[in-house]
Design a protein around this ligand. Structure first.
Ligand SMILES: O=P(O)(O)OC[C@H]1O[C@H](O[C@H]2O[C@H](CO)[C@@H](O)[C@H](O)[C@H]2O)[C@H](O)[C@@H](O)[C@@H]1O
Length: 269
């Protein structure tokens, strides 16, 4: 374990800080219906303060599709978003009080489109046969959700997925909390973090996340050639040296970071 306070102080003093944050389970508590997820209220002001800091680039790096993230995440207009596990790149923009995801459209080849149609049909068939299981649709993936199913039904649905659509050639299988995503693109959060560090010429990078797919990001930052800080949110094995119990505790860490940055600015100005 490294010292969290020392790492926060170092991050706050850097010139170009990449602050990359996962959404579900990290900024927003896990809920049964994905579209009901919302950022913790106490985070809204902190996220706005951090995103207004000249030395900080805030990026939400999520498994969610960009439009779903824009709907659920009360982030300031202009916030950068990497959605669909690195397949979508854009920003959240607010217009007429509504948040939208703005990006160039995702292009799929004919083969990828056909594969997406095939795997989606098979997932819909599995959902129809398993009570409480549903499908979420993304531009390059479809997702089987089992959170609302009894555990034996969930296990049977997952087994059907493993024996069926997960075996289709070209499918990228991403497992998370009561969710399995089948994507036709081979992206992950680790590749996204590497690209962000390069694009921003970041001098320090922070990433916080709660799920198995966040381990790609933790691994990428562990191998980066700049100082980094990674925070696992909640329980489970992780590569991240820091850990907090849940979104409430992550909100406290981010509030401390914002205070460090404000303090550093007032000392240097
Ligand atoms: O990378 P994230 O921002 O953490 O997104 C991961 C997945 O989040 C959503 O599913 C998870 O949260 C739901 C709402 O709390 C919950 O019902 C579900 O069981 C969780 O797996 C989202 O629906 C997925 O598309 C994301 O990949």
């Amino acid at each position: 374990m490294t010292d969290l306070a020392a790492d926060l102080a170092q991050a706050a003093a850097t010139d170009r800080l990449l602050l990359a944050l996962d959404f579900d389970g990290s900024l927003a508590p896990i809920v049964p219906v994905p579209e009901d997820a919302r950022m913790l209220p106490e985070l809204i002001g902190t996220i706005a303060d951090l995103s207004a800091s000249p030395s900080v680039t805030l990026v939400l790096v999520s498994g969610r599709a960009g439009d779903s993230l824009a709907h659920c995440a009360e982030a300031p207009s202009g916030t950068r978003v990497v959605g669909s596990h690195g397949a979508q790149w854009g920003t959240i923009e607010t217009e007429g009080g509504e948040r939208h995801f703005v990006s160039s459209p995702l292009h799929l080849s004919e083969t990828e489109s056909q594969l997406l149609a095939d795997l989606t049909r098979q997932l819909e068939d599995i959902a129809a046969r398993h009570e409480g299981v549903h499908v979420e649709y993304k531009p390059a993936a479809s997702v089987l959700h089992t959170r609302r199913a009894d555990s034996d039904v969930a296990a049977a649905a997952e087994a059907a997925l493993d024996a069926g659509p997960a075996t289709l050639p070209g499918v990228n299988v991403l497992r998370g909390k009561a969710v399995t995503e089948l994507s036709v693109l081979h992206t992950n959060k680790g590749e996204a973090l590497k690209r962000l560090i390069d694009e921003l010429d970041a001098t320090y990078a922070i990433y916080a996340g709660d799920d198995v797919t966040d381990e790609f990001a933790f691994a990428a930052l562990a191998a980066a050639d700049i100082p980094t800080m990674t925070i696992k949110v909640g329980e489970g094995a992780s590569l991240a040296p820091h850990r907090v119990a849940g979104p409430t505790e992550l909100a406290e860490v981010l509030r401390d970071l914002a205070q460090h940055i404000l303090g550093h600015v007032s000392q240097t100005s």
